[in-house]
Design a protein around this ligand. Sequence first.
Ligand code: 2DT
Length: 213
Amino acid sequence: GSHRGQLILVEGLDRCGKTTQTTRLVEKLASQGHKVELVKFPDRSTPIGKLINTYLCDKAFQLSDEAAHLLFSANRWELAATITETLNQGTFVVLDRYVYSGIAYSAAKGLDFDWCASPDKGLPQPDLVIFLTMSTEKLNQRSGFGGERYEISEFQGLVKEKFDKFAAMESMRSIWNVVNVEGKSIEQVGNDVWGLVEGLLQGTSQPIHKFLA
Ligand code: 2DT
């Protein structure tokens, strides 16, 4: 059968170099002749994404935690069909944040973990997750967060705890990979990331899995 592209997700704590690494990964795949597209979540360009952008940037904009959560999920569903089509055309898709950010951030606010996961049920499941992280100690030492809603270091610690739950989940075992970025250069992290992706370059004839389905 014809090979589809692989769905590769880069997740991570804020300011771990996630966007730098997704950009590098896309460039490297392209330079080796692979068809590849980058999709960043939230995608702030769509109608729902514009609302999310307002929510993130304007702390006076009121939205319940549940409503905000469902918007982030809806933003993924807006693009789900396009992502599936792109993969089926043999193109790799690299995601910068996805369902795990959605669950970790909302659960860190106190929402029930399983409730948070349910609206994402059935979305295309990544073939590989690369989670960029650092120790809580290093996380606490960081300063200079920007002004967006979640850029507060205590909250980042809670988010890390929620992300770490995925690493321990049986259903994540085959796809979840942790890269500790502490003390590493962009090149070193890039090499770690590439080491995980290298095995997937031939594409796959497996159907696209569905998240939690
Ligand atoms: P960026 O800084 O990466 O643009 O993210 N977030 C993201 C959620 O709370 N839920 C989600 O589903 C997603 C994808 C993480 C902006 C912020 O939005 C948070 C940080």
